[in-house]
Design a protein around this ligand. Structure first.
Ligand SMILES: Cc1cc2nc3c(=O)[nH]c(=O)nc-3n(C[C@H](O)[C@H](O)[C@H](O)COP(=O)(O)OP(=O)(O)OC[C@H]3O[C@@H](n4cnc5c(N)ncnc54)[C@H](O)[C@@H]3O)c2cc1C
Length: 387
């Protein structure tokens, strides 16, 4: 008799695992709470969908749990699969992979086309409310009635930006949850004024309780009370993973990582403009913040010491971080169902045979750069048993 699986959640990992199970001969039923499937996918990567990254490695994730799965289902395997669905992709300088069209709709459409061709039963506006065991089978109780199957996959993601947390479906069966915090979001801080909307390519070093947790080049987008942009998003994950358990977090910004202090000092000394000693070096709004912090006499005469202090100010600008911004501006949730309760090859529950979990519902979070969708695809392939 044909084996059956109910997949709860029509997001990235739920859609792909439905397709893979179907390819492997299963009778598949995909349940989605919203009025349509793949809604979150459409807003990924600013509408362009950064679907994976050629540099995927263990260092990009919060846990070694992902090791075997990301090795087996590498970016190349994921891209090859999407190619087989008809998707053409492009890779940018940071090895981030996008649909060639740079439109998230394109990737959703190839998935939807495959889903309907393969005959997966998809039921929208159907909220899974409870899962109960009946002999060797599982029953998923929903707002649209009961669905019975040999296997259940929880692919419910998180409520970051949009969506719902449905971890209770498994915690009510004995699964453990780790502490959660939103990640890939702006970092809240009050230290930079008047630079809303300004972007700068910098080297940023994040210290948590005195320890360097990340030092990376990238771009900040300054906001009135926050640091945003890809670099801030990447740093935010390091802070979120502390789950609020830190006393002090600061970021030291080097606005001119390609210049030594000495070289910069010489430049400031030789070219300084009396009204703005950092003219020609930094954006005016950033310059004002740096100058405001540098101890110096306010005379119009540039001295070697003044130039040195300004150079140091440009290369060592400290920002105290209060916390990561909340749900509405977060792309993922750090924390989720405890991975210790799942097999790291098949993603089957170690507590309840026949239950599986994929994607962000698990305590797996990747840095900004395509790593979360990579995990969604790779975990879907692992759970569906892709050869
Ligand atoms: C604005 C934004 C931009 C992002 N950009 C990127 C990016 O460019 N690259 C990247 O790698 N990652 C990105 N991410 C993260 C990425 O989208 C997620 O990590 C990924 O979608 C998780 O996939 P998933 O299948 O686990 O869950 P989701 O895609 O969140 O899907 C879960 C689905 O389950 C449904 N559901 C929940 N509870 C129930 C229930 N009880 N019954 C039925 N259905 C239910 C939800 O409605 C939802 O449709 C972004 C996220 C956001 C919010």
């Amino acid at each position: 008799m044909q084996k059956s699986v109910v997949i709860i959640g029509g997001g990235a990992s739920g859609i792909l695992s439905s397709i893979i199970f179907k390819e492997n001969g299963w009778d598949v039923c995909l349940l989605e709470k919203g009025e349509r499937i793949g809604k979150k996918l459409l807003c990924t990567g600013n509408g362009k969908c950064n679907l994976t990254n050629l540099n995927v490695s263990l260092d990009d994730y919060n846990t070694p749990f992902v090791k075997d799965i990301i090795q087996r289902y590498s970016p190349e395997v994921v891209m090859k699969y999407f190619e087989s669905l008809g998707l053409i992709m492009r890779v940018d300088d940071e090895k981030r992979v996008y649909p060639y069209s740079e439109s998230a709709t394109t990737i959703l459409n190839v998935l939807l086309q495959k889903l309907s061709q393969s005959g997966v039963k998809t039921i929208c506006e159907c909220t899974a409310e409870k899962i109960v065991q009946k002999g060797d089978m599982w029953i998923v109780k929903t707002s649209k009635g009961d669905f019975e199957a040999d296997k259940v996959v929880l692919a419910t993601g998180s409520d970051a930006t949009m969506g719902t947390n449905s971890h209770y479906l498994y915690t009510s069966l004995g699964h453990r949850m780790t502490k959660t915090e939103y990640a890939i979001a702006p970092l809240l801080c009050d230290d930079i004024k008047g630079a809303n909307g300004v972007r700068a390519k910098v080297l940023a070093t994040m210290y948590i309780d005195g320890e360097i947790v990340m030092s990376e080049r990238g771009e900040f987008l300054f906001k009135d009370n926050a640091l945003s942009g890809v670099l801030a998003f990447r740093l935010s994950s390091m802070l979120a993973r502390r789950k609020g358990e830190f006393k002090d977090c600061k970021i030291v910004i080097d606005f001119l990582p390609d210049y030594s202090i000495e070289k910069l000092k010489e430049h400031i000394f030789n070219y300084s403009n009396v009204f703005n000693p950092l003219e020609g070096i930094l954006h005016k709004a950033i310059a004002q913040n740096v100058i405001g912090r540098v101890p110096m006499d306010r005379s119009l005469i540039m001295s070697e010491q003044k130039a040195l202090n300004l150079a140091k100010g440009c290369k060592h600008f400290e920002v105290k971080v209060k916390k990561v911004a909340g749900r509405q501006s977060a792309q993922v949730m750090s924390g989720g169902l405890d991975t210790r309760d799942f097999d790291n090859i098949t993603l089957e529950s170690k507590l309840k045979k026949g239950l599986y979990c994929t994607g962000e519902a698990l305590d797996v979070d990747g840095l900004c750069g395509g790593y979360n969708l990579h995990w969604a695809w790779a975990s879907a392939m692992a759970c569906g048993g892709k050869k």
